[in-house]
Design a protein around this ligand. Sequence first.
Ligand SMILES: C[S@@+](CC[C@H](N)C(=O)[O-])C[C@H]1O[C@@H](n2cnc3c(N)ncnc32)[C@H](O)[C@@H]1O
Length: 432
Amino acid sequence: MKVSILTVFAELYKPFVATSLIKKAQENGLLAVDVDEFFSFVQPKERIDAPTFGHGPGMLIKPVVVQKAIEAKESLHGKAFKIFFSPQGTKLDQSVVAQIAQKAQEQGHLMLIAGRYEGMDARVEQVYADMTISVGDFVLMGGDLASLTVLESVLRLVPGIVGKTESVSDESFSGPFVEYPHYTEPIVWKGLEVPDVIRSGNHGAINTWRMDKAARKTVLHHFDWLRTRTLDSAQMKVCKKNMPHHYTALLHNDVLISDSQKSGTTSVTSLDIHDIARSSKTYGIKGYFIVTPMLDQQKIVKRLLDFWMSEGVEYNVSRHEAVKQVSLANSLDDVIVVIEKIEGKKPLIIATSAREIEHPNCISYYDQEKVWSYDRPVLFIFGTGRGLTKERLLASDFLLKSVKSFSDYNHLSVRSAVAIVFDRWLGINEKT
Ligand SMILES: C[S@@+](CC[C@H](N)C(=O)[O-])C[C@H]1O[C@@H](n2cnc3c(N)ncnc32)[C@H](O)[C@@H]1O
């Protein structure tokens, strides 16, 4: 495979491509790397850059210079799969690396075109880029580190460059999980012992242990990656095992009952019981509590739950499965006691509200890692009426940001809000 690199600073690449496996691949004839500077394509003393049109600082590499460089390299090595670099580009991850590796091998020629200064004239990418890559949401001084990152990650996937194919295919982000932990000698180091199971010689047990560790690490630290992947049934099972347990409670007390900010109690509704039960079951919530201190309301809930535990089974078995997880509670304190009994630990309480209030622990839908790091069950609380009182919100461990979009209207039903919150917090959102 041929790799052409176009840059302002060729010397950045020289030691890199003359080292280790990339050097060996060139010696073995698997790879030819051609690094060249844009200066090779202008007359001596001619500039490769020019000021941007419009106000604002910065110089851009001229399109004609990039054109000459690309045309020269393609006439030497054949048509290339061409990559440009920009913080605005496609975010690099292992699946993007795999796509580039495949295209580069099909084409036989990969070209990496690294910008500098303020970047390049926008028309160059428009005309030539097969892909524009970003290595993250930050700004480098030039595209060279991004280009070296692409070079090394892509070459790992070209057969023959890295010795064992399993060391490439088993690693983090090649599948849905990051890699399991590795250990070597000595068996005990700084009081930490290599787990017995991986020295047991029992391959089945080692594989099970490794999958469990990989899944746990991915759930707890890379949930945003995991939820975009497609999981097989074994992977799904091990993820479920490692997911922290979640519960939810719908409060009919400690809620606001009018715009005048008065707190009070509300009536239960059959729709909230059924629909939130179904959302809870769908998102793996372990228990759904209807909280009301009012005896007449408790009677209504009991009657409904009794129905679903008796005739309801035959009437609609999937609804029965969902409602089976619903319990009635007198107060939030009672809910906490029940969860503590089941889990052996008090739950962390995440309160939800459509109103924005100041809370010392306000969290977003990207904060699973923070909450799950406490290794405690999680209880979401939702309010009926006009929402949970300020006192109840402030007494909770966390306050989750309100659900909102690009409109001024903010009056979701509690059933809809619950479903959205569950989906944002626990939902799978496969990319392919
Ligand atoms: C100073 S940056 C230009 C940033 C550009 N003005 C912007 O705000 O999007 C100069 C060059 O560095 C490279 N670069 C900077 N940050 C990058 C990133 N996160 N990923 C890939 N390339 C990057 C690109 O080649 C870019 O053209």
